[in-house]
Structure formats: C-alpha cells, structure tokens
Design a protein around this ligand. Structure first.
Ligand code: ATP
Length: 348
C-alpha cells in the first residue's frame, strides 16, 4: 500500500513568496501525524495543495499513490477535510449540507441521508440536524466541519486546527473522537498550535518553518532533544568571585551555570538531569557546599518547538521587489482559491 501522503520537493509560490520550499514528507497509512509550525509556516498551503485548492508550483504530491493534480478525483475522494475557516453553505439545514457533500463525492442519495444522520450523531449535534449553520454555536460549527469531513467515510482525515477557540469540554470530545477514528484505521493529518494536543495525539510530528520541514520525529524523541535544568538550593552562599570557577569546574557536563542574585541557589543546564544530578551533588560537596534541596525540570516540547522555529526574521522569503500589484494578484489567487473550494464543497 502506498503512503497516505507522499510529497517530494513540493514548492508553492504565491507571486514571489515561496510558501512551500522543496517540502518532502511521507505520512504512512494509519498514522496520526501532526504538522506544527508558527503562523505563516505553510501548513494550510500544504493541506490546500493536497486537496486541490492550491496548484503546486513544483515537485510531486500523492495521496494513497494518486497524484493530487493528475488523479485529482481519486486523491480528493480519499480525503475528508475539516478546514480552519467556516466555509459552509448557510442556506440549507445542516443535514442537507452533509447530504450534498456525500452526493458530490458519489454517494447514492439513500446512503447519503443515512451517513449524514450517522455522522451528526457521532459528533453530537444530531438534534440540530434541521437548523442552519448560522444558528449553531461556535463549538457546534466546529463539530459540523468534522461531520462534513467524515460523511464521505474518508481514508485520510485532514484537520486544520480543529480545536482553535473551542472550550475544554469540546476539545476533549474531539480528541476522543479522532483517537477512535484513528484506531479504526483512518489516517489523520492534524495541524495545531497546541503543542499539548500534538504530544497527546500524534505518533509523529513534522515541524515546519518558513515553508520548510525542520524535523520529523515522535513527540518523545523531540523531547529528548531538549536540555534539563537542575536547580540546587545551598546552605551557604556562593561568593560573586566563585561563580566563574563553578562554570569551569562543572564545564564537563554543564552547558550553563546561573547563580541567584543572593548566591544561595544555582541552576545548571545539562543534557540529562537524571544521570547528571549525582555527579553534580558530588562535585558541589567536594567544593565545600552543603545542598539543601535539588529539583530537575525537563524542557517542555513547547520550548523545543520555539527553539527549532526561532527565526531572526519571521517573514517568508520574499524578494524586495515585491510591489502592491503583486499583493493584489496574491489576494486574487486567495479569492479564486476560496471560490474553487466553495464549488468543490458543493456550495453555490
Ligand atoms: N492565496 C495566497 N496568496 C498569497 N499569499 C498567501 C496565500 N495563501 C497563503 N499565503 C502566504 O503563504 C504563507 C504560508 O501561509 P499558510 O496559510 O500556509 O501558513 P500556516 O502555516 O497555515 O499559518 P497559520 O498557522 O497562521 O494558519 C504566508 O506567508 C501567507 O501569507
């Protein structure tokens, strides 16, 4: 079986802005895969390329082996997309919106009605089935986007920030539901700004920055890339002059030694706090310090993420020749994208 998603050297340019820069990424069938990156990293552009809302400038993109442009229909039919934006027809009851969506992807009428009811129950808004989109609360709208993504029974579910702005209860409901779907065999691609969400749900995550893949790893592997901090409280004070000596004496394993202003505690940054702490204790005692308390803290995934995507200049590569006209053209493309999406989603 080919991978659920396979891109090779994928490039997308909006005018002179390179939103995707030779991005090669593979998501295996059955994986729960996270896409992380700061605002503007290219996550939505990547997704939109897969679902045919954006035309790639270069490279290759396949979904279950189907080229996303040459075999658009097969690739698109395999995907259920819950986008970031609410792009739902506002004039029909939501049950009909789902029926239209299923019909658009070739599901016969009777079956479409059954599926619509089934997914409305599954996401917990069946009692709202005869209401229109605008009458739903924000959280219910998010549930509906998920229902619409599921109504075609997709092999690949793409969730673009599904829990942005939802309350804690709904976030947990959605987590449970997508975990269940993944356990049933659906491959999931999730973009999120909540590191905790990625850590909790994903088998692997790709971190993107400025259209490039920075790294791909399991959340656990990522965490091992961070450093630990050992905080030590001392009985006696460290004199101002002794701090430099400490740095030299502990230099074999300490990346950084910081002493408090009053000199009664210090923080030592090391690779692995657990295995280094006994050595540090010995060394400090040998120097004549008495230890009152010691605590080890790990770098959070969030800190590692910030570190990996730290950038002097947050803007994506854009030539200095960029003009106001280019901007208008890009906006035009954005508009065309939305129109195409509406067309494809069965909206007017
Ligand atoms: N249609 C468009 N026309 C011009 N530029 C665009 C268009 N769509 C996206 N961009 C630009 O491409 C870059 C990547 O945007 P994209 O929306 O893919 O990022 P993202 O990682 O999804 O960001 P966020 O986390 O804020 O949703 C940004 O600089 C954005 O301004």
């Amino acid at each position: 079986m080919p991978p659920a998603i396979e891109t090779t050297d994928l490039v997308k340019e909006y005018g002179d802005l390179r939103a995707l820069q030779e991005l090669s990424l593979t998501v295996e069938e059955g994986e729960f895969f996270g896409l992380l990156g700061p605002n503007g990293a290219g996550k939505t552009t990547f997704i939109n390329t897969l679902v045919g809302l954006v035309r790639k400038t270069g490279g290759d993109a396949r979904v279950f082996g189907h080229d996303v442009e040459d075999d658009y229909r097969q690739a698109r039919d395999a995907i259920g997309l819950a986008p970031q934006e609410f792009n739902v027809d506002r004039f029909f009851p939501i049950r009909e919106v789902l029926e239209h969506k299923a019909g658009y992807h070739g599901v016969p009428e009777d079956e479409a009605a059954e599926r619509a009811d089934e997914v409305l129950k599954r996401v917990g808004i069946y009692d709202k089935r005869n209401e229109r989109f605008d009458w739903l609360s924000g959280g219910m709208k998010r549930r509906l986007l998920l229902a619409r993504a599921l109504v075609t029974d997709p092999d690949l579910l793409i969730l673009d920030e599904p829990t942005a702005g939802v309350d804690v209860q709904l976030r947990h409901d959605l987590w449970d539901l997508v975990t269940e779907l993944n356990e049933e065999g659906t491959t999931i691609l999730l973009t999120t700004h909540y590191i905790e969400e990625a850590e909790r749900l994903c088998d692997r995550v790709a971190i993107m920055n400025e259209g490039r893949k920075v790294t791909v790893a399991t959340p656990d592997d990522l965490k091992t890339r961070g450093t630990d901090t050992i905080s030590v409280r001392l009985e006696s004070q460290i004199s101002a002059g002794a701090t430099a000596d400490l740095e030299t004496d502990l230099g074999a394993y300490a990346h950084e030694v910081t002493t408090s202003a009053a000199g009664e505690s210090l923080e030592v940054r090391v690779d692995d706090g657990g295995s280094t702490a006994p050595q540090l204790l010995n060394d400090l005692e040998a120097m004549g310090y008495e230890i009152v308390d010691l605590e080890i803290s790990r770098t959070s995934l969030e800190e590692i993420f910030v570190d990996l995507t730290r950038s002097e200049d947050r803007t994506v590569t854009r030539s200095s020749a960029s003009s106001a006209d280019d901007g208008a053209e890009e906006n035009g493309e954005k508009k065309r994208d939305v129109e195409r999406e509406r067309e494809q989603e069965g909206v007017a």
